[in-house]
Design a protein around this ligand. Structure first.
Ligand code: HAM
Length: 423
């Protein structure tokens, strides 16, 4: 127990960090291009925020939240997603009083008590964006294009973009009635959860993970058949904009998202080779959420991507650039008398902005050379006994094995220039 991580969580080791940084940097760069600014909200929030925001008939709220009571008897929950928190922050800090739309992004860990498997974890990371305060389909198109741009910039192909409209409070009652009519004769065959969803929120039956409920849902009336005029025209304009931006998409009238706050546009991007956990991105519009959380009526739309799933996809396609740890200079000390000088040189080089390393364990010269290779050092400085006596040191270029003697006083200037020239 003491030496294993909790089920569904993972360590991200130094060897993996390069890939994570690469992913995060790509996401940050593209957000900057699209004008989205970063927001960081707490890892835990009041439980009620998620119950109200995500909806208490969803699997996420009913079964997957890490909820605990703190020492002050407050019910808190580790965030299972970040949209509700961003909306809470938007209301709390009155961001709606600033420039509209407010365009935000985030990267961070989320927590769901899910059944762990490849691509499904209990602590996972999402990159997400949220745009608040724009009502028209242009922002829907921008958000979807942003998501596709991120995935394409990483080199992923075989992406499937699915879009749907899940209607609004005006057209939903009609769909709800039709769904109840459809499921009434099958009621006894539904799982216990779906039987309770039948009255509370029959749309959720379509999203049930129990296979038999999935079979019973085949042929269920789709929302598309019940959309009001405004929702239909919003959806038509969105499709036009996506087409004009050159995106290929599939309209999937069965696309139901797992969270209750969605209105109108809903979308998912799948990376099909990932199989069961192929959804790498999911999002949609949530025009009622800001009000639900206590703010002024404000439309919103966003998405989140599962970063572990994207990394799995990139690894399978060899799309992660080489990010081996490397140092600029490794300083080798051959006798104890020269150690202080070696140490001071390394510290000076670091002060000048170079990556410099030395040996901590009094290793032999051969073993230090090996260490230098392990660090992928570009240069090695050898503080040999005779050379140091003459005010010199050996500088070795590890790429072509060229060696030369340089004056001790010139070390920093020469190395800075060499490293810069090779960048
Ligand atoms: P979601 O569909 O629940 O939406 O999650 C978005 C993405 O997070 C999924 O497509 C998947 O890639 C990843 N994901 C979800 N659960 C797990 C898990 N257990 N392990 C690994 N990855 C996972 C949301 O969370 C919404 N907040 C998205 C959104 C933002 N909608 C509007 N704005």
């Amino acid at each position: 127990m003491l030496t294993t991580v909790p089920r569904g969580t993972k360590d991200i080791l130094p060897a993996d960090i390069g890939a994570w940084r690469y992913l995060e940097n790509t996401m940050r760069d593209i957000c900057a291009r699209f004008g989205y600014e970063e927001i960081r909200t707490p890892i835990f929030e009041h439980t009620e925020l998620f119950q109200r925001g995500i909806g208490d008939t969803t699997d996420v709220v009913e079964k997957e939240m890490y909820t605990f009571t703190d020492r002050g008897e407050r019910s808190l929950t580790l965030r299972p997603e970040n949209t509700a928190s961003v909306v809470r922050a938007y209301v709390e800090h009155k961001l709606y009083a600033e420039n509209s739309p407010t365009k935000l992004f985030y990267i961070g860990p989320m927590f769901r008590y899910d059944r762990p498997q490849a691509g499904r974890y209990r602590q996972f990371h999402q990159f997400g964006v949220e745009a608040l305060g724009a009502v028209g389909p242009n922002i829907d198109a921008e958000i979807i294009i942003l998501a596709v741009t991120v995935l394409q910039s990483l080199g992923l192909k075989d992406l499937k973009l699915k879009i749907n409209s899940v209607g609004c409070p005006k057209c939903r009652p009609e769909h709800r009635n039709r769904l109840q009519e459809f499921f009434k004769p099958k009621f006894n065959e539904l799982c216990k959860d779906c039987q309770s969803r039948f009255d509370r929120n029959p749309l959720r039956i379509l999203d049930c993970k129990v296979p038999h409920c999935g079979e019973l849902s085949v042929g269920a009336p789709s929302l598309g058949e019940c959309l009001c005029e405004e929702c239909s025209s919003h959806f038509e304009k969105l499709k036009e904009l996506l087409t004009s931006a050159g995106l290929t998409y599939e309209v999937d009238t069965n696309l139901v998202r797992g969270l209750d706050y969605y209105t109108r546009t809903a979308f998912e991007i799948q990376y099909t080779p990932l199989g069961a956990q192929s959804a790498v991105c999911g999002g949609g519009r949530y025009d009622g959420l800001v009000k639900e959380v206590g703010g002024p009526e404000t439309p919103g739309i966003g998405f989140a991507m599962g970063m572990e799933r994207i990394l799995l996809a990139l690894e399978s396609q060899n799309l992660i650039p080489d990010t081996n740890f490397s140092t600029d200079v490794y300083a080798i000390c051959t006798n104890e008398e020269n150690f202080s000088l070696t140490f001071k040189t390394v510290i000076d080089l670091r002060r000048e902005g170079l990556k410099a390393e030395f040996d901590f364990n009094g290793r032999s010269m051969k073993a230090q050379m090996k260490q230098a290779n392990r660090y992928n050092a570009k240069y090695v400085l050898i503080f040999g006994e005779d050379e140091v006596k003459n005010g010199k040191v050996v500088l070795r270029d590890m790429l072509n094995s060229d060696q030369k003697e340089i004056d001790l006083k010139d070390i920093t200037t020469i190395l800075k220039a060499e490293v810069q020239n090779n960048e």
